[in-house]
Design a protein around this ligand. Structure first.
Ligand SMILES: [Mn+2]
Length: 138
C-alpha cells in the first residue's frame, strides 16, 4: 500500500500524464509545491516499488500497477469533491478539505459515498429536499 505522500505523487503524476502526455520532475514539483530534489527522491522510491519507471534523462512512465492506482486516486479525489458539493460545502473549502480527508478513508467508505452521490444525482428532488433542510437550519 502506498503512503499518503506516495498517493499524492501518484495522483499528480497520473493527472499530468492524462493532461499533457508526460510528467516531468519540474511539473510534479510545481503541482505539489515541493522542491525538485524531493520529487526525485520520491520518484526513485516509486520506481523501486514498481509504480513507475524513471530514467533520468527520459522522464517517467507509470507501470500498469502505477497507472491503475493513479486512476483510482484521481477518481477518489473527484468523487470526494462531488460529495462535498452535494452536501453543500462552500466551493472555497472543497479542494483543501478533500486534500485533508482523501488519504484517511477506506475504499468501503469511498464506495458508500459513491452510492450517496448517485442517490442525489438520480433525482433532482432529493437535492432540493436536502437544500430545504439546510435552509431551515441556517
Ligand atoms: Mn488530491
Amino acid at each position: 500500500m502506498p503512503t499518503p505522500s506516495m498517493e499524492d505523487y501518484l495522483e499528480q503524476i497520473y493527472m499530468l500524464i492524462e493532461n499533457k502526455g508526460y510528467a516531468r520532475v519540474s511539473d510534479i514539483a510545481e503541482a505539489l509545491t515541493v522542491h525538485p530534489s524531493s520529487v526525485t527522491k520520491m520518484v526513485q522510491k516509486l520506481d523501486k516499488d514498481d509504480y513507475l519507471i524513471y530514467e533520468k534523462y527520459r522522464g517517467l512512465v507509470l507501470t500498469p500497477k502505477g497507472n491503475k492506482i493513479g486512476k483510482r486516486l484521481v477518481y477518489r479525489h473527484e468523487l470526494l469533491e462531488q460529495f462535498l458539493r452535494v452536501i453543500g460545502v462552500k466551493e472555497e473549502h472543497i479542494y483543501e478539505d478533500v486534500e485533508g480527508i482523501e488519504h484517511h478513508l477506506s475504499w468501503d467508505s469511498i464506495d458508500r459515498i459513491g452510492d450517496l452521490v448517485q442517490f442525489f444525482e438520480e433525482e433532482e428532488k432529493r437535492l432540493e429536499d436536502l437544500r430545504d433542510v439546510q435552509s431551515r437550519s441556517e
